[in-house]
Design a protein around this ligand. Sequence first.
Ligand code: SF4
Ligand code: SF4
Length: 187
Amino acid sequence: MEFRCIEECSQCCVEREYYPRKEFGKIGVLILPEEKEKMEQLAKKMELDISILPRIGISQKRDPESIEILAYQMMGIEKNGNTCPFLDIETGKKSPHGGFPCNVYEDRPLACKTYPLIEIDPITLDQKCKFCKEHKTADSNLNSEIESLLKIKNKMSTDAPFVWRYATGVGEEEDKPQIKTGWILEE
Ligand code: SF4
Ligand code: SF4
């Protein structure tokens, strides 16, 4: 079956999840270091406020001061971390499948071009995606998603001894006591 977005769905541009656990807060859209400036410039041009936090860091020493950032994340605009700043929820325009359009579709981050693919071997789709929930899998027309995921994997591959994940401090009000902020070492 071919992958095709469900009519009027914008879920993946709206809903953000706690990852890998609640204590890390809700994540944003993954942004590679070379994409950061472009997203900031696009936001400036559109007069949008965006927040880009670190996501994954590596170091040679067990010392957060020496972290080199491998990936950033663009946070949602809602207090609870949801809704990408580039999602057009206000003008009433529609994307080709009827959902809210992306204001930077041609320039969207590689991570958006990858979704809903989360693994290549074997092909694994994110079961949180509405299409994937309904159809369980898609076995054709995922070539550009595969290509984008390969690029991300390539950029993120590391043999550094210490890998850190940044806790965003963002989430639902009732979860705040459990959510941390700052670098946490992956054990
Ligand atoms: S959640 Fe899935 S079906 Fe919905 S917009 Fe995103 S990719 Fe398309
Ligand atoms: S950049 Fe565009 S495609 Fe990516 S999450 Fe934001 S609105 Fe969606």
